[in-house]
Design a protein around this ligand. Sequence first.
Ligand SMILES: Nc1ncnc2c1ncn2[C@@H]1O[C@H](COP(=O)(O)OP(=O)(O)OP(=O)(O)O)[C@@H](O)[C@H]1O
Length: 235
Amino acid sequence: MALNAGLACHGLRFGWPGEQGDDRILLQAVTAWFQPGRVSLVTGATGAGKSTLLHLLGGLLRPVAGEVRAEDQPVSRWPARHRDPWRRRVGMVFQHLALVPDLSVAENLLLPLVPRGMKWSAMQAAITRQLEAVELGQLAAKPVYTLSGGQRQRLAIARALVGAPRFVLADEPTAFQDDRQAARICAQMGAVARTGVVVVIGSHDPRLRNASEVDDRWHLAAGRLTAVGPPQAAP
Ligand SMILES: Nc1ncnc2c1ncn2[C@@H]1O[C@H](COP(=O)(O)OP(=O)(O)OP(=O)(O)O)[C@@H](O)[C@H]1O
């Protein structure tokens, strides 16, 4: 990987505050690189820290030590005024979805587009395209609280992609999906990656582990991330 491409973390260390006021170290010295044009999968047992790692990569948490670099820029060290514009280039699928239930399906996709100052017609086109891609086109006007769990999850995927991000970080994106939809989501993530986007998925869904769209595999255990299978070329 060229130094100026992709997303990387070096010596990442992070702990959540413990009950005694101490920090319980969850991630220690995590080093990894996620390349544009490829789908990377991070597996790990429940509680291993996959969501925490994705939040660190996406700039929602700051590491205690080490850094996250995006296109060779030390984004995790940037002050908020620089980091926030960068975060608009990141599309996140949250494990708990974080949709606005009282807004309509289409309005949930509008929210991330408004700060970009796009033309109304361009926003409408992007929303329509993403809703079709996740088979929610017919539900555009429905309030989110009327959707099933699987439909909500696909809406969260559409919201992550609607702003044409350079980095997609998806936490358990197939958790509520049947096999057909899970396969569609894998194909969608593969297609997005092939446009030159960095795609990182955190999941313990065995259907993803075996998916042909996944290029690089990492496993998180005991605070450390290791490459699975043939070693990936270091930047
Ligand atoms: N906001 C928080 N405050 C304190 N501890 C937290 C917080 N979020 C997560 N943790 C703890 O960090 C650990 C890792 O959680 P995380 O959600 O990152 O793991 P995960 O691998 O994504 O798990 P799962 O597969 O169950 O979603 C867990 O022990 C969890 O309780």
